[in-house]
Design a protein around this ligand. Structure first.
Ligand code: OGA
Ligand code: MN
Length: 249
């Protein structure tokens, strides 16, 4: 399979909080108060399940709604919905730096990088850090950091079959997608279609992007595709990486 390397249109900018916060704060929609809700701790047994899912089949989908709690999921959805109404969501691209192409025949989503600064993002980042550490302890993946972006797919948007990383690059190693839409029905389209890692014409899973559902897969191994959405689709994607710093542009 001849797949383009899929990388962000720009690396996460760690100090660009002003712009990001303005985009959230500038809206007339009040983010919901998710109070002091603390997500259920990431238990050792749960991390064992993630590790065995990844090592046995290379991918899994699971429900983390209870674990994260509705208030956090709602707060994240409200953030992405607000960003989607501003110019903060940028058209996603393929490649990096001067190789970047924004090929609308391959992907049509819009993205905004998370900085981990707002309270819901900080809480989410703690959860992601615990997953990173848990996977390192169990699978010796040497994950050093993660990057995460929100994505919105408007009606008609899709992302054709791809891998999240080139084999052997050891940059993006594990991909995680968390879905944020309430009451998603099969008629709404937008499912994540997962292909067999050994025979990429064989579909081995379909994940509906329902709030609290999470997909986890090996970035270099699992071909996947986002089918055209018929309704605005909100999600958050995260990549756990083995490299310490972004490649120079
Ligand atoms: C991606 C991706 C899957 C999804 O952003 O690389 O494949 O279900 N997302 O949103
Ligand atoms: Mn992908």
């Amino acid at each position: 399979m001849d797949q383009p390397k899929v990388t962000p249109i720009q690396p996460p900018v760690l100090n660009a909080t002003g712009q990001f916060m303005d985009a959230v704060a500038g809206s007339d929609v009040e983010p919901s108060d998710y109070g002091n809700a603390v997500p259920a701790p990431v238990s050792e047994g749960w991390l064992d399940q993630l590790a065995s899912g990844l090592s046995e089949s290379g991918w899994m989908s699971l429900d983390v709604r209870e674990r994260l709690g509705d208030p956090l999921i709602t707060a994240l959805r409200e953030e992405v919905a607000i960003l989607d109404r501003t110019d903060a969501m940028k058209r996603a691209g393929i490649g990096r730096g001067t190789d970047l192409v924004r090929d609308r025949s391959v992907r049509r989503d819009r993205i905004a990088w998370l900085q981990g600064i707002t309270p819901p993002q900080a809480q989410l980042f703690d959860f992601l850090k615990a997953i990173q550490q848990g996977l390192n302890q169990r699978l010796f993946l040497g994950l050093k950091r993660f990057e995460a972006h929100y994505a919105t797919y408007h009606p008609g948007d899709f992302y054709k079959r791809h891998l999240d990383s080139f084999q052997g690059r050891a940059s993006r190693v594990v991909s995680l997608v968390l879905y944020l839409n309430e009451d998603w029905s099969p008629d709404d389209g937008g499912a994540l279609q997962v292909f067999n890692r050994d025979s990429d014409s064989e579909v081995c899973g379909l994940v509906l992007p329902e709030a609290g559902r999470m997909a986890l897969f090996m970035s270099e191994e699992i071909p996947h595709e986002v089918l055209p959405a018929n309704r605005t689709r909100y999600s958050l994607a995260c990549w756990f990486r083995q490299d310490e710093v972004p490649l120079p542009l």
